[in-house]
Ligand binder design. Sequence first.
Ligand SMILES: Cc1cc2nc3c(=O)[nH]c(=O)nc-3n(C[C@H](O)[C@H](O)[C@H](O)COP(=O)(O)OP(=O)(O)OC[C@H]3O[C@@H](n4cnc5c(N)ncnc54)[C@H](O)[C@@H]3O)c2cc1C
Length: 429
Amino acid sequence: MADGKRKMVKCLVCGAVFEEGNEVCPVCGVGSENFVPYEEEEKNFRKDTEELYLILGNGAAGVSAAEAIRERNSTCSIVMVTKEDCLPYSRPMLTKSVMGKDEREELLLHDPAWYEERRILNLTGKRAEKIDTREKEVTFDDGIRLKYDKCIYALGSECFIPPIPGNEKEEVVAIRRLSDIEKINSLLSKSKRAVVIGGGVLGLEAAWELKRAGLSVAILEQGSQLMKRQLDEEAGEFLKGLILEKGIEVKFQAATREIEGEDRVSGVRLEDDTILPADLVVISAGVRANVSLAEDAGAKSGRAVIVNQHMETTVPGIYACGDCAEYEGINYAIWPQAVEMGKAAGANAAGERISYKTITAALTFNGMDTSLFAVGDPGKDPGKTYEIRREEDKDKKVLKAYYHESGKLVGAILIGDTSDMGRILEEIE
Ligand SMILES: Cc1cc2nc3c(=O)[nH]c(=O)nc-3n(C[C@H](O)[C@H](O)[C@H](O)COP(=O)(O)OP(=O)(O)OC[C@H]3O[C@@H](n4cnc5c(N)ncnc54)[C@H](O)[C@@H]3O)c2cc1C
């Protein structure tokens, strides 16, 4: 380019920003019709120091923080540590068309050269165990201790596993890491029937991937609706219809009593004594933020580690971001939020004073031969009065619902035709 600036685009679906030219989003895998031009903000702040920045966690938040620090400080040391055995990768892709495939390399966010150029040191296979705020050092499970001047706490979250008897069996998997998908892949050839516990978006994505891998699949949902957080009742029903058409069973009010089987999983027993035969069980029951290390170090937490607009925790020198951080009571635990919080944490740790701007909670689902987009508030606050506009075309398998409050669009659901999502997102934002 004439002015030397890279041409960037932003994925409207996951919020990732990357160089123009990709056919699909490297983070969430949607096509280029979902990209809009993105103007990178000028970063004028510079402060070169000899400080050591220790980043715990190498997910979206950790990597974004590392990049933000290096953009402002060219001489400091940046060390990023994870307990996983790989470089940062696209976690959202785990439930999007990687089942049955070995795609380790393809999922990486950046190749090793990217980190080398920026002198960001990646340490893998090390679990952080303790933060000593007096000595300003972190101890890892292999006994090593690393000093820091500033610490970025970006340990993300873990899958919540309900205390169902039998949940420790080998063929029971909750998908959070690459290793979970690799485990599922190793079980696929021995499996015919899968039960997915949880009817949220990740459960549905997993169910679709398992179906595409040739298994017969049942989804168990404890409540009375699919994707209850993001859809209204009508949209939930509509989606259920599309899923049933694909030959996937859906059971509501399905409380699991036990995952049965002697040597191997044989089925899932419900509270009403129904047994669903299964040789593979995927649990998708939400996530819990990794807060304990920060709490032990004295940081205040709610659902996650509490941060102010600069991503500072209540412990000086420790910043938190991503799935493990909570700002103004909100922790959506979605990719764009982790990225934006990571950028803000990195910038502030590097000495600039910027404020994190909350993002609009938007979600897409591409599976079951349909596409779905849900954003904002689809009428979930009983204290509010909404005006609702709904369009439905059963033949075309399209449903659209728009929620307005005091004349303003506050939420929308699109199923079957998501072409309008860019405009909707802009209007809501
Ligand atoms: C299957 C799946 C699909 C998803 N799909 C979408 C989607 O479509 N759209 C969307 O917006 N979001 C999606 N998400 C959510 C999104 O991936 C997360 O919000 C995002 O990855 C959070 O990034 P993070 O950096 O905060 O945490 P993480 O990505 O969880 O990174 C934290 C890192 O810290 C490491 N770690 C944890 N504890 C320790 C320790 N004690 N010591 C050392 N390392 C440790 C972890 O191993 C991990 O590498 C999905 C998540 C999953 C699991």
